[in-house]
Design a protein around this ligand. Structure first.
Ligand code: OFO
Length: 161
């Protein structure tokens, strides 16, 4: 069944947000590099590529349903943060917003009674649980920074096979 106009427009909006997310994380990577944090920058480059992958995956789904995805104009992203912790606070907040957007996309699929889209979007609902948790886990490392040694032990124990 061909994708409805309403469903395609909802996907277009989400594709645009995924590309905005990719640009946000790319900009964060640039900021970390500029500030001399190579590890954080590496993580952000990976995160940016993952977001581009989400946009492409959604576009591929729309194409497979006989639609014509549109990226649209992508708004500028922030360029400055006060410190690494602030970047991850922004990351966590952003992922919470993306969860709301994915939920809205699912609402459109429900209203359209579009079973294929409902099924497709479900994996992003799961993905967002993971995305929020990952950002929060990193943020927690910053919140525990006064107890740096304990955080390092915590980190080490987490690698137990
Ligand atoms: Fe596309 O998952 Fe993060 O934003």
């Amino acid at each position: 069944m061909q994708i409805s106009k309403k469903m395609q427009e909802a996907f277009d909006e989400q594709i645009n947000w995924e590309m905005w997310s990719a640009n946000l994380y790319l900009q964060m990577a640039f900021w970390f590099r500029k500030e001399g944090w190579k590890g954080f920058a590496h993580w952000m480059y990976k995160q940016s590529a993952e977001e581009t992958g989400h946009a492409m995956d959604m576009a591929e789904f729309v194409l497979n349903r006989g639609g014509h995805p549109n990226v649209g104009a992508i708004k500028a992203v922030p360029t400055e943060w006060s410190d690494p912790k602030a970047v991850f606070e922004a990351t966590y907040k952003h992922e919470q917003q993306v969860t709301e957007l994915i939920n809205k996309l699912a609402d459109v699929a429900d209203a359209e009674k579009d079973r294929a889209s409902i099924n497709f979007i479900d994996r992003y609902i799961d993905e967002q649980v993971q995305e929020e948790q990952t950002a929060l886990d990193i943020l927690n490392l910053f919140l525990h920074r006064d107890d740096h040694a304990v955080a390092l032990i915590d980190d080490k124990l987490a690698t137990r096979e």
